[in-house]
Design a protein around this ligand. Structure first.
Ligand code: UFG
Length: 327
C-alpha cells in the first residue's frame, strides 16, 4: 500500500513509520513541517517537508502520489498550551485537518486513520470510559480533536471515505532498540519530565494538584506504550482495508496510575531520588481518565504486549539517556 503519514517525523508518527517499514510492502510518504518532528526520527519512508495549512501543496502531493490510505498524526498536543492559545489549536488541529480530509475526498483516498484523544471525553461521568460516553471536552485541545471526529463522521456519511478514530490515552515509552523516542525540547508529559528531572536536566518535578477527588489526591491516567498504540493502527488499517465501516476505538489498557505512583516508579527505575514539589492544579486537567478498551480488543483483536508501567518507563529512560548523552 502507499500510505501517507502526516506528522511521521514526530514521536508517535515515527514509531508508526518504523513499524510500517518493518512490515514491508508499504510505500511510506511522510508529510511533516518539522515544527516538533525531526528528520532523523525517520527510520524509513520518504519525507516531504510541508504544512497542512498549504492546501495547494497537499493537492499537488495527492495528485503525484495516489495514496491508498492516510494516517494523520500531525497535531499540537499540549493541553495547557491549548488553554492559553486556543486559536493555534483550532487552526492546526481542526482547520488544517479539513484541508487533509478535503484532499482525500478530492483524490478518492478512502481510508483515513485519525489520532484522536481521550481528551474528547472531558471529565467522564464513569471510568473506565466507553466510546459511547458523551463528548464534553474541557480544553481546546480536546475540542479541536472532537471537531475533527465530527467532521470525519459527516464526511464518511456523504462520501466513500471511511475512517477509524483512535482515542489515545497517555502514550509513553520508546522503541525497544532505543532508536527513536520523544524528542520535544520543552516536554510537558509527566513521564518525560520526571525522567529529565532524574537526569538532572530540571531542578524539580512539579506535581500539579494534590486535591483531586482520587485516592491519593493526584490525577489518574491510563499510560499506554507507544508500540501497542502503533499496533492498534496496523489493525485499524487492516479493518478499513477489509471494507469495514467507520468506527471509533479507545486505546488504553483499562487501568490507571496516579501522578504520585508514576513518580515513585520513575524514582525506582532510575534509582534517582529527585526533588518533587507539590503545586497548584494545571488548567484543563481532568481528575481521572481510564479507557474501557473492550471494543478494540473484541472487534480488532488488539492484544497489547507492553501493559507494564515499569517497561514503559524503562524504555523511555534508556531513550532519554541516549538523547542527552548520559551514561
Ligand atoms: N503532571 C504533573 N507534572 C508534570 C507533568 C504532568 O503533575 O510536570 C500531571 C498532569 O497534571 C496530569 C498527569 O500528570 O495530571 C498527566 O499529564 P501529561 O501532561 O503527561 O498528559 P495529559 O494527561 O495532560 O495529556 C496526555 C496527552 C493528551 C491526551 C491525554 C489523554 O498529551 O494528548 O494524555 O489522557 F489527550
Amino acid at each position: 500500500m502507499k500510505i501517507l503519514v502526516t506528522g511521521g517525523a514526530g514521536y508517535i508518527g515515527s514509531h508508526m513509520v518504523r513499524t510500517l517499514g518493518e512490515k514491508g510492502n508499504h510505500d511510506i510518504v511522510v508529510y511533516d513541517n518539522l515544527s516538533t518532528g525531526h528528520r532523523d526520527s525517520l527510520l524509513c519512508g520518504r519525507l516531504t517537508v510541508g504544512d497542512l495549512a498549504d492546501a495547494a501543496a497537499l493537492d499537488e502531493l495527492f495528485r503525484a502520489e495516489k495514496f491508498d490510505a492516510v494516517m494523520h498524526f500531525a497535531t499540537n498536543i499540549v493541553v495547557d498550551e491549548s488553554v492559553r492559545e486556543p486559536v493555534k489549536y483550532y487552526r492546526n488541529n481542526f482547520v488544517n485537518t479539513l484541508n487533509l480530509i478535503a484532499a482525500c475526498t478530492r483524490h478518492k483516498v478512502n481510508r483515513f486513520i485519525f489520532s484522536s484523544t481521550a481528551a474528547v471525553y472531558g471529565i467522564p461521568e464513569a471510568v473506565p470510559v466507553t466510546e459511547d460516553a458523551p463528548l464534553l471536552p474541557i480544553n481546546p485541545y480536546g475540542s479541536s480533536k472532537m471537531m475533527v471526529e465530527l467532521a470525519l463522521r459527516d464526511v464518511s456519511l456523504s462520501s466513500d471515505l471511511r475512517h477509524v478514530a483512535l482515542r489515545y490515552f497517555n502514550v509513553a515509552g520508546a522503541d525497544s532498540a532505543f532508536r527513536i523516542g520523544q524528542k520535544y525540547k520543552d516536554a510537558t508529559h509527566l513521564i518525560t519530565v520526571s525522567l529529565r528531572t532524574a537526569l538532572g536536566l530540571r531542578e524539580q518535578l512539579k506535581v500539579f494538584g494534590t486535591d483531586y477527588d482520587t485516592p491519593d489526591g493526584t490525577c489518574i491516567r491510563d499510560y499506554i506504550h507507544v508500540d501497542d498504540l502503533v499496533e492498534a493502527h496496523v489493525l485499524a488499517l487492516e479493518y478499513l482495508s477489509e471494507g469495514n465501516k467507520s468506527r471509533v476505538f479507545n486505546c488504553g489498557y483499562g487501568h490507571g496510575y496516579s501522578v504520585r505512583e508514576v513518580v515513585d516508579k520513575v524514582k525506582q527505575v532510575t534509582g534517582v531520588d529527585f526533588r518533587v514539589n507539590e503545586t497548584a492544579r494545571r488548567a484543563g486537567d481532568p481528575p481521572s481518565l481510564i479507557a474501557d478498551s473492550s471494543r478494540i480488543r473484541n472487534e480488532l483483536g488488539w492484544m497489547p504486549a507492553y501493559d507494564d508501567l515499569e517497561y514503559i518507563i524503562r524504555t523511555a529512560w534508556q531513550w532519554e539517556k541516549k538523547l542527552h548523552g548520559a551514561k
